[in-house]
Design a protein around this ligand. Structure first.
Ligand code: V47
Ligand code: SF4
Length: 385
């Protein structure tokens, strides 16, 4: 409730003021973006150079207004949210990504691995919350093979057959294949048969080989991430896509990342939503880098909307962006604000100051204050009620 009072104070004081903001947005398109605007209005695809120019533009309202055209063309005035629960089942990880404050070695202080019984205990809270999705991700355990993960998914699926299980990033899937000595295709088929519904978008980071070498050399390559998603899509499973930004990447790395996602989407059509993830430096090996500023957050979302013309949805993950930027992003290309989340460990280990959960009432209020219409969805974007 505190949150609702605070947003009432800070944003969208009256319809008149909201109208003024919209008017400013309509009249500030700088002429050097007018050819890009023309392409957008005609529904033409933007290229690498267009993307770079959008990043270089200091006219954030113009970039936002362009993204808003596409956003309203695809999703009208709707803002999607989901009642979900995150379960980060273990922080034990054999990798040491420089940007990660979550992972621990086995036996370290604070290292944990939930048993299937504990995971079922966490999952059972969805009943009173009326959640439709469990979002399950964790570290790369150096010993556990695929049987543990198949058992995890089938136990949850048997107990809660109506709940959609969105679990395991492409990084975890590739790790299960390696440690179990079977193909990625076999891993995904076994998990799908056990009840896995879709894959979350994590682990993509930035596809650039140089940046991965610097930040996460042990992690699968960008092409391997994309290929894991290709296999999942070909098996009939949908997935999300992310990009970690606000660290050492440059504009060209961001645009190349988006173009690779767009290319795979042209091929498979299996991505549901793009989620730019704002780097949180606290407690990581990169704590000298400052957190991304609001301007970059809004640009990432808006340019994601403009470049990914074949993605239906752009999500602001409020846990990482903060509630205020997430609310404003609804005029900068975003049509999805994730969900109630309830317990998130990865960003909070890296210093996120957001709460670990929002109530449905809080989510709906923050959407309604922007003049948009909140729509509860399930994982696959079917409308609920
Ligand atoms: O894979 C790790 C990133 C991801 C940090 O698919 C960090 O709907 C910021 O993928 N600062 C996990 N990010 C979270 C994720 C996700 C979140 C919400 C929704 C969806 C979805 C996916 O978080 C990791 C990594 O890329 N990450 N450390 C950090 N310090
Ligand atoms: Fe492990 Fe994922 Fe953290 Fe990298 S980002 S250290 S793979 S938990």
């Amino acid at each position: 409730m505190l949150f609702v009072r605070e947003t009432n104070k800070n944003y969208a004081h009256s319809k008149q003021e909201r109208g003024n903001v919209i008017q400013v947005m309509k009249t500030t398109l700088s002429t050097n973006l007018s050819d890009i605007e023309e392409k957008i209005i005609k529904g033409q695809r933007l290229d690498f150079e267009d993307g770079i120019r959008l990043f270089e533009s200091s006219d954030i309202l113009a970039v936002g207004r362009l993204a808003n055209i596409v956003r309203e063309r695809i999703n009208k005035n709707r803002v999607y949210y989901i009642i979900n629960r995150h379960i980060n089942y273990s922080n034990i990880c054999k990798n040491k990504c420089k940007f990660c404050a979550f992972s621990r070695e086995e036996g370290d202080d604070g290292a944990y691995q939930m048993s299937i019984k504990e995971i079922l205990g966490k999952a059972s809270q969805i009943i009173q919350e009326k959640a439709t999705e469990l979002h399950i991700v964790g570290g790369l355990h150096p010993e556990l093979g695929i049987d543990f993960y198949v058992d995890m998914i089938s136990s949850i699926h048997k107990r809660f057959p109506k709940v959609h299980l969105q679990a395991f990033t492409a990084v975890e899937i590739a790790h299960f294949a390696e440690i179990s000595g079977i193909t990625t295709y076999e891993i995904l088929k076994r998990l799908k048969n056990a009840g896995l519904g879709s894959l979350p978008g994590g682990g993509a980071e930035v596809f650039s080989t140089e940046i991965r070498k610097e930040l996460c050399p042990e992690k699968l390559s960008g092409d391997e991430w994309l290929n894991t998603m290709r296999i999942a899509h070909n098996l009939g499973m949908k997935s999300n896509a992310t990009m970690l930004y606000g660290h050492i990447e440059k504009d060209e790395d961001r645009i190349n990342h988006l173009l690779k996602l767009r290319e795979l989407q042209d091929e498979t059509g299996g991505f549901m939503t793009f989620i730019p993830l704002a780097f949180h430096p606290k407690n990581t090996d990169m704590k000298n880098i400052s957190s991304s500023a609001g301007l970059l957050d809004l640009k990432m979302l808006a340019i994601g909307r403009l470049m990914l013309d074949n993605f239906d949805h752009i999500k602001a993950f409020w846990i990482m962006l903060g509630i205020k930027i997430s609310q404003i992003s609804l005029s900068f290309g975003v049509d999805d604000i994730d969900g109630t989340v309830a317990e998130e460990k990865i960003t909070h280990a890296a210093g996120a100051e957001t709460p670990e959960a929002l109530t449905v009432g809080e989510i709906r209020s923050l959407i309604e204050e922007t003049g948009r219409v909140p729509v509860e969805r399930d994982t696959l974007y079917n409308h609920i009620n």
